[in-house]
Unconditional design. Structure first.
Length: 201
């Protein structure tokens, strides 16, 4: 348990050296605990920021929402590990997917601060501050992930950053191509079904 607390504190105090230590030890049990803890904090903060009259705020729904968040998080955890591992190897890195799997949950630890902060902003009536705060924490988490890839795959800073950002770029490009293809396919149907509207001046 002392090691777990030292890992958590180290992510905030000395992140790079802590990620190197985690990568060398591959503490699966600690990674699972951190994953569950961050999921619990995120779910609780997310529910608390909902309007007071929202049916989702009912206490009886919290277990279902938490379990759903946990299952989605597990799926994301596996997918993220596989995608980052693939891109890291494409970019010349050599490392273990299992090591990355046990390290990634620690890079999400800033989320335990983001959740309560979002709740505080909502309580103070400053919801507009939520967006810049979210961007700051997103950059923080992505930076931790890049350092984790450097520690595990021995990549340079630019290559580790590329391994993080390229999947997002590929996803956005694929989404744009899909939407354009769909619109192109549907355009003849849309034109045929449009009523003939006379143009009058």
């Amino acid at each position: 348990m002392n090691k777990l607390f030292s890992y958590i504190a180290g992510i905030f105090i000395a992140p790079r050296s802590t990620l190197n230590t985690i990568a060398s030890r591959r503490p699966l049990g600690a990674a699972i605990i951190v994953f569950i803890f961050t999921s619990l904090i995120s779910s609780t903060a997310g529910l608390a920021t909902l309007p007071s009259n929202s049916p989702l705020r009912a206490g009886s729904l919290f277990p279902a929402i938490f379990i759903g968040s946990l299952l989605f998080g597990i799926l994301t955890w596996f997918l993220q590990t596989g995608i980052y591992h693939l891109f890291a190897e494409f970019l010349g890195g050599r490392g273990s997917a299992f090591t990355l799997f046990t390290t990634l949950p620690f890079t999400s630890l800033p989320g335990i601060i983001m959740g309560p902060l979002s709740l505080l902003m909502g309580t103070l009536g400053s919801p507009l501050l939520g967006l810049p705060l979210s961007l700051i924490f997103l950059v923080w988490i992505l930076l931790l992930q890049a350092w984790a890839l450097q520690a595990i795959y021995k990549l340079s800073g630019p290559r580790a950053t590329a391994a993080i950002l390229l999947p997002f770029a590929a996803f956005i490009a694929a989404l744009i191509i899909f939407i354009l293809t769909l619109l192109t396919s549907l355009m003849p149907i849309i034109i045929q079904t449009m009523p003939n509207i006379p143009l009058t001046l």
